[in-house]
Design a protein around this ligand. Sequence first.
Ligand code: HPA
Ligand code: ZN
Length: 326
Amino acid sequence: MDMNVFIQGIPKAELHLHIEGTLAPETLFRIAERNGIRIKFDSVDALRQAYRFDNLQSFLDIYYEGAGVLQNETDFYELTWEYLLKAKDQNIRHVEIFFDPQTHTERGIVFETVVNGIYHALSDGARNLNISFCLIMCFLRHLPESEAMETLSQALDFRDKITGVGLDSSESGHPPSKFIRVFEKARKEGFLTVAHAGEEGPAEYIWEAIKDLKVQRIDHGVRALEDKSLINELKRRQIPLTICPLSNIKLCVFKNMQEHSFKKLFDQGLCVTVNSDDPAYFGGYVVENYLALQNAFQLTRKDITQLAINSFNAAFISQDKKAIFI
Ligand code: HPA
Ligand code: ZN
């Protein structure tokens, strides 16, 4: 059996996936047309040509623009359902999906429309595709803390549907400590917590996410290597890192895959997981991310198996459920 088939076949969980980042160009055009929205690209190919990024911000500008075609519950349902079909193809058994309500509420879309569309598709996926799920609401860190607090208030009525909160968008200049009070309230209200940190931002931001926000996982965290004591802490507490290799190359966090910090983090015994981030923009879903690492670092089947085990260990699921997969 070749490695491709092995990676494809092994049961996996995906823990770092922005649902708005699964909006394929074809779907974007179809939804835009249905909603009577004009987009500034003439064709799917022209849009795809624009998917060349210098850094996180240059990606976010296009990503937020793309998300602007999503208007009603059906749009959010279709977006999520399309992703789930892809996940099914790749033998992903459990997904933890990020969504960015502020990207939509800022445009006048009702919070409930977003949550209900995504949640309805996830529930159908659990029933019909056997993919379990949880939903994680991210705050946009480039916006003021007060707006994150307002978004958290809106989420309180949806506590049965939203498992956790996270932090995403432009990292530099927006440290986790900006959101201490929001995360404190979120924890009090029973939400689990994660945060993007150490993608473009320094190792210090990872410390802040752990100490100030008390998160259970770090999204990306690939700059942790810059601080030996941080590595020791991540290892001692087995705080998972949800790494997205193709994203990091596309956004120029590393020059090429050989220079990615993944292998050093993995070899030091950290709980590293492999994820796709925004697959429609970065050229690959979970399997392609595993394959890119396998190619760059000659990973063995034992390594791949460990990464898949890590993905369930790091998931927000019960020990009983983990035992089914591990
Ligand atoms: N980083 C920060 N914000 C994001 C990302 C990311 O990789 N993808 C979507 N929003
Ligand atoms: Zn991300």
